[in-house]
Design a protein around this ligand. Structure first.
Ligand code: GAL
Length: 976
């Protein structure tokens, strides 16, 4: 690092100068505080030294400056542009130096003290987050400088404050030595993006304080001790506690868990100040090789959460934070990893209050050094250790009083090095009540758990069995998938199989989906922008959109699937016998005494917070409903509940029970009746419906007529009952999903590359025969890609009884197919189609072979536009599985084969070509796909592909579909 230059503050490896030692964060004490959020004056310069320091002085002319909102990022307020990279540094790797072109934002705010601002005492100026390096002046006096973007920094300013006309000046550099430590996979977004607050510090004010609140599950007692820099009293009224700081007291308490977030309000009071405490008693430990809280192993059903808002970037308001926690709780999520930096501190208050386990991760990632063979990695260079320790301390000191925080994480993807060990040692010495996590060091030398990202199912199973390779000491550790299920675009697939492993092997303590939210930035032309949309280089495209919720926080199908997969109550049939139907269509299921097994998968609570409801559906319509007693089941145990006698139903109907576990009372995070878990139990199987026939095809000029259907001379269907039908034929192409596109950095070609190379996106259809027989019109074709001898023999056999038209499709592969097909089925267009779509089958949302846990069989109604899943980068979406029948644009299809059903107002080719939502312009034709098969989704955008059982290998296939013109029936369809 000897560059022969006197490195300026933003380019030296130090954490900064002048700020106060870090301390515990609290929302508010009884000492006055003045928020300095709001409109500031702003000037952007192209380099760090373009302007001198005079701007910070009183009386400087700032009339030409702009306004800017603080908290905020200047690149999202019309100054410069955001830049997205995943692993790569967007500047040369030459630590600690950064480019001369270094956008620098001078921020300025003048303020008066409120009239009642107390005289005696001092004051502290707090910055909760500034990216990436700030230098601060108050009334012309420099206070210091700091790095550590998502960490708090405070300055003592008492002596400098004036009653009126204070001038606070902050110079922020986009790039600094700190940027080398902040290479997280996200937008680079400079600015003062968290709160700025002036805090009065009265005489005799409280000091830093550390709430130690443990729980002894054997005795049912909590032990409290509050260590404090300034002596005072600790009062917890509800528990009758009134002790001195530093004094230990043990009382009977209810413990805190993520399921039962019991907090006790208390206060830490000194001569001059009262700081509210929210105390949760809990004990975290690794015992018997397992992560236990309050003596019980926990299963993390987690997500990785970056802070993100499509308009304001990482400047989040309280409502948005609360919305995140509520959405998580409502989707059965019980844990959050604050990837990859400490969140806004108020988020942790919400986790305490509403109940989430938190892995609090330090603001540290040096991933970009991988590209240079990890040479110069700051975590293995003692000159950077002060900066690393500063970051560790700022996280731990700020967040140490949150019961929700059960694990400290050193950072993400930093390789290995002495600096990490130093951080771990410091953290352990300061706080031995929590566990340590870091994924990047496979030796686990510094951590309490073995953690991995994106390991495939087989490997996770081996780890579960303790049959993993690697050091013996590591095999003794509990296991976490700190990242899995890469939620980029359509997917992730294979979650059910992971969950099964987690629930089978106790060493596997769950995981955290990557990630919570798509970081698509609101954009006037693109709807949501991703990497490259601002002309930036290098960039990583839409890899920044890989969340379970869309940028506007609408749940994507991935979140709905995850909710189902991780539901904390399992509802299963105790025994399923084939239904017997007697002469009048009634079955004797009541005598069969159908029963449910209810398994409690919570770690701590019984099921008394839930109620059980049932509905009985005949052909998708609920004909009866009611409730069942919820059995008292302890965590990990199960009980049986008998279903009532099955209601009567009509002849030849399909029927099933839908049973739901719902909140019995309002909870803090959802209302009474909110569905936590559900299951469907088939009662009467789907009867095989009669198939039409009996009419002979006849030639009519260049057309062929068969009942009410007309075909062209090549046997292509043109119309049925006067309803135009376009281009009905075999279809094997889908607009590749992000998972089909795989990982760009992998040398082997992705699935979609192999598909395109083979030409599956431009198959040629050759008609070999059009045969008119007494009972059918048969069209024989060969469908094949150019330049290949692989092909699919396809036979369309058409029969009709007049109004109804039956297609029997047979597909026979030819040649050695070594690549799975994207899909196999038929596609056709319905010109001018409009109106609602109704279907009986899986819904209400989309599902694919390995993402269909949350698909519920029922009668659904929607419209074509609402059936599209608006992935930020358009791709295959919207399939509904297990179709029995559908009505769309005046056409009805009936089938016994349960195909996948898709309808959209653009073609697959248009979907494939689109880069943003706004590229998709609806045409007047509704394109319908009925797929015998779809390739599984997997998680290959960053992780394993679809499991073998979900691969769509070319093999003989068949599909029978009956077409008729739709007779819309009034029905009890649920609207999507
Ligand atoms: C991981 C990384 C995350 C994110 C993810 C892929 O390697 O920790 O930050 O980049 O991959 O989206």
């Amino acid at each position: 690092m000897d560059h022969g230059l006197d490195l300026r503050h933003h380019e030296d490896a130090s954490p900064g100068t002048g700020s106060l030692p870090p301390r515990a964060w609290y929302a508010a004490s009884d000492a006055p505080a003045l928020s300095l959020n709001g409109t500031w004056r702003f000037r952007l310069s192209p380099t760090a030294d373009a302007e001198d320091d005079a701007f910070a002085a009183d009386g400087h002319d700032r009339t030409a400056w702009d306004d800017i909102t603080v908290p905020g990022h200047w690149v999202l307020q019309g100054h410069g542009a955001p830049h997205y990279t995943n692993q790569l540094y967007p500047f040369p790797v030459d630590p600690p130096r950064v480019p001369t072109d270094n956008p620098t934002g001078d921020h300025l705010r003048t303020f008066d003290l409120p009239a009642d601002w107390p005289g005696p005492g001092t004051a502290v100026l707090r910055f909760d987050g500034v990216e990436s390096c700030a230098r601060v002046w108050l009334n012309g006096t420099e206070l210091g400088d700091f790095k550590g973007s998502r960490l708090p920094h405070e300055f003592d300013v008492g002596a400098l404050l004036r009653p009126a006309g204070n001038v606070l000046a902050v110079r922020v550099h986009q790039w600094s030595s700190g940027s080398y430590l902040e290479d997280q996979d996200q937008w680079w977004l400079p600015g003062i993006f968290r709160d700025v607050t002036l805090l009065h510090r009265p005489e005799g004010c409280a000091g830093d304080h550390f709430v130690h609140a443990s729980y002894d599950h054997r005795a049912g007692t909590g032990t409290l001790r509050v260590d404090a820099d300034v002596e005072g009293r600790v009062v917890v009224g509800e528990l009758g506690i009134d002790v001195a700081t530093g004094e230990t007291v043990t009382v009977d308490v209810e413990p805190w868990t993520a399921e039962t977030p019991r907090l006790y309000d208390g206060v830490y009071a000194t001569a001059g100040e009262r700081i509210p405490l929210r105390i949760g008693f809990r004990t975290v430990a690794v015992e018997d090789g397992l992560i236990k809280v309050n003596g019980r192993p926990v299963l993390f059903r987690g997500v990785n959460r970056h802070e993100f808002h499509p308009e304001t970037g990482r400047a989040l308001d309280l409502d948005t934070m609360r919305a995140d926690v509520l959405l998580m709780k409502r989707h059965n999520i019980n844990a959050v990893r604050t990837s990859h930096y400490p969140p806004h501190p108020a988020f942790l208050d919400l986790c305490d209050e509403l109940g989430l386990w938190v892995v609090d991760e330090c603001d540290l990632e040096t991933h970009g050094f991988q590209a240079v063979g990890w040479r110069g990695n700051p975590v293995d260079d003692d000159r950077w250790t002060p900066a690393l320790l500063d970051r560790a301390a700022r996280m731990v000191e700020r967040d140490k009083n949150h019961p929700s925080v059960v694990v400290w994480s050193l950072g993400n993807e930093c390789g290995t090095g002495r600096g990490l060990t130093a951080m771990a040692q410091w953290i352990r010495a300061r706080d031995d009540s929590r566990l340590l996590h870091y994924e990047g060091d496979s030796s686990c030398a510094d951590t309490d758990m073995y953690s991995r990202m994106y390991a495939d199912h087989d490997e996770v199973e081996r780890i579960g069995r303790g049959a993993d390779e690697g050091p013996e000491e590591r095999r003794q550790l509990p296991f976490l998938l700190c990242e899995y299920g890469h939620a980029m675009g359509n997917g992730p697939g294979g979650l059910s199989e992971y969950q099964k492993l987690f629930e089978t092997y106790e060493r596997l303590q769950g995981g955290f989906i990557w990630e919570w939210i798509d970081h698509g930035l609101a954009h006037p032309s693109y709807a949501y922008a991703y990497g490259g949309d601002f002309g930036e280089e290098p960039h990583d495209g839409n890899f920044v959109c890989d969340g379970l919720v869309f940028p506007d926080r609408t749940p994507s199908p991935g979140l709905v699937e995850y909710k189902k997969v991780i539901e904390p109550v399992r509802i299963e049939p105790v025994r399923v016998e084939p239904a017997r139907t007697d002469g009048d269509g009634d079955s004797d299921s009541d005598e069969r005494g159908r029963a449910l097994r209810i398994t409690n998968l919570y770690d701590f609570t019984d099921l008394s917070l839930l109620a059980l409801t049932w509905s009985y559906e005949v052909d998708g319509v609920s004909v009866a409903d009611g409730s069942l007693p919820m059995p008292a089941v302890r965590p990990g145990e199960c009980a049986e509940v008998k279903l009532p006698p099955a209601p009567k139903r009509g002849r030849g109907a399909e029927s099933r029970w839908t049973v739901r576990a719902v909140l019995a009372e309002d909870a803090a995070w959802a209302e009474r009746g909110h569905v936590v878990a559900w299951a469907q139990l088939d009662d009467e199987a789907r009867p095989v419906r009669s198939t039409p026939g009996g009419t002979a095809p006849v030639r009519d000029g260049r057309r062929i007529l068969l009942g009410d259907a007309a075909f062209d001379a090549h046997g292509t269907l043109l119309s049925l009952g006067g309803l135009e039908i376009k281009e009905l034929r075999l279809d094997v192409w889908r607009a590749p999903t992000d998972n089909d596109n795989g990982m760009p950095w992998r040398p082997e070609p992705s699935l979609s590359t192999r598909w395109r190379r083979l030409g599956l996106d431009r198959m040629q259809h050759r008609v070999d025969a059009v045969e008119l027989r007494d009972d059918a019109l048969t069209v024989r074709t060969r469908v094949a890609p150019a330049a290949s001898d692989l092909g699919l023999r396809v036979e369309y056999r058409w029969q009709s009884d007049g109004p109804r038209l039956l297609l029997s499709l047979e597909v026979e592969p030819e040649g050695e197919w070594t690549v799975p097909l994207p899909r196999v089925g038929i596609r056709f267009g319905l010109p001018g189609a409009s109106g609602p779509v109704r279907w009986f089958g899986g819904g209400p949302g989309e599902a694919y072979p390995d993402t269909c846990a949350a698909s519920m069989t029922g009668l659904w109604e929607s419209d074509v536009d609402a059936m599209q899943t608006p992935y930020v980068r358009p791709q295959e979406n919207g399939a509904r599985p297990g179709l029995r029948w559908a009505e769309v644009g005046g056409l009805r299809v009936d089938t016994n084969d349960g195909p996948w059903f898709t309808a959209r107002r653009w073609t697959t080719e248009q979907l494939d070509a689109a880069r943003h939502r706004t590229d998709l312009v609806p045409g007047d034709t509704v394109w319908v796909n009925l797929d015998i098969g779809q390739q599984g989704i997997g998680s290959q955008s960053c992780g394993p592909g679809a499991l073998p059982q979900y691969q769509l290998h070319a093999r003989p296939e068949r599909l029978d579909v009956t077409f008729s013109t739709a007779v819309t029936r009034g029905n009890g369809a649920a609207r999507h």
